[in-house]
Design a protein around this ligand. Sequence first.
Ligand code: COA
Length: 422
Amino acid sequence: MANNNLPLSGIKIIDFTHVQAGPACTQLLAWFGADVIKVERPGAGDVTRSQLRDIPDADALYFTMLNSNKRSLTLDTKTAEGKEVLEKLIKQSDVMVENFGPGALDRMGFTWEYIQKLNPGMILASVKGFSEGHHYEDLKVYENVAQCAGGAASTTGWWKGGNTEPTISAAALGDSNTGMHLAIGILTAIIGRQKSGKGQKVAVSMQDAVLNLCRVKMRDQQRLERVGYLEEYPQYPHESFGDTVPRGGNAGGGGQPGWILKCKGWETDPNAYIYFTIQGHAWEPICDALGKPEWKTDPNYTTPRARQPHIMDIFRTIEEFISDKTKFEAVDIFRKFDIPCAPVLSMKELLRDESLRMSGSIVEVPHKVRGSYYTVGSPIKFSDMKPEVTASPLLGEHTDEVLVELGYSADQIKAMHSKKAV
Ligand code: COA
């Protein structure tokens, strides 16, 4: 719910979003003070309310973790009454965010032209699978589809060994990432409107948002086409390269070689690993940490290029060094030498991490039906404010409140309820 002291207070957003991509965007704007009114179909609401429920009849975590700080208005926008309410809302709002399938908003009667006619200052922000005019623009898209279409899947995973198929990341590169891009677009359009007085359409396709995060792989494709190899990939120099960027396992994506290394207990704990990076100029501290002073002057090791042919042997030596240390002990040793590394943290460990609780990155939120739940708070930190995460709304919790704000009388509201328009 809007907090008047926050920077986005006074910005009214019609949140016509569902599932993850759109809701992640509007949730972020709600944290920062916007009045976000989630418009949902009466009786059903956002499909995530009932998907993967852990408590019968309570909104699922999928919903609660993506819709905090919002108000919920149920509205059947395919009825005459529902359309009228939406029109009034459009006239009074700053932004409308939607991530329906292609053409759904037009079919509902709310074309961009009509929205502009109702409110020339309106910013219409959309997520679609593919951009306007793209040869796949008619496709409906979910997370993994976007990861495949945006280059993430073809460049993630293993090129040899057991499973060599393209691989999906657990991180929501297609959904929440697209929502974050859209939030930047919306804020930019709001600032643009302060100068021009006009709203505009802002669109982010999930394919584009994934591709934007795969920028370094597009870099590598061009390098590969020019020189025929990629020296930081594990295939170099002992294996051959084809004509497209290969999957690189757990290799570092930039100029710093890195790998996932086993620690004490890996045989039974699937997360007893650290990620270790061999930063070029930190080679000498690495030698000191490992007790290998002779590597400092050995020409086979002194430069990144000299090390690359036996980089896997170097990683194996580090693995031997940490084989009797837990992932936390290993990191505690290497951090003293300024080596970029971290333990592989499980969701169980992250959920209980005291530092994340203290910083507000993981917060416990009281909820009317669930009791309370944990969610990921704002990853963006400000010096002058700490956004408070409040519970996601129950379905239609604020319907009457919003209708009153729009000027409807108690009788009119009652009539809308009986016609199931709200
Ligand atoms: N009142 C009346 N009708 C409503 C409504 C409301 N409040 N809210 C939604 N609807 C209607 C829409 O108008 C649409 O009707 P139509 O297709 O008959 O014209 C219908 O509900 C379904 O919308 P759609 O978005 O196509 O739902 P879907 O469940 O078939 O598809 C997605 C889901 C996510 C695949 C699709 O929305 C999509 O591709 N979105 C864009 C990309 C995206 O954001 N994907 C990631 C989601 S995390």
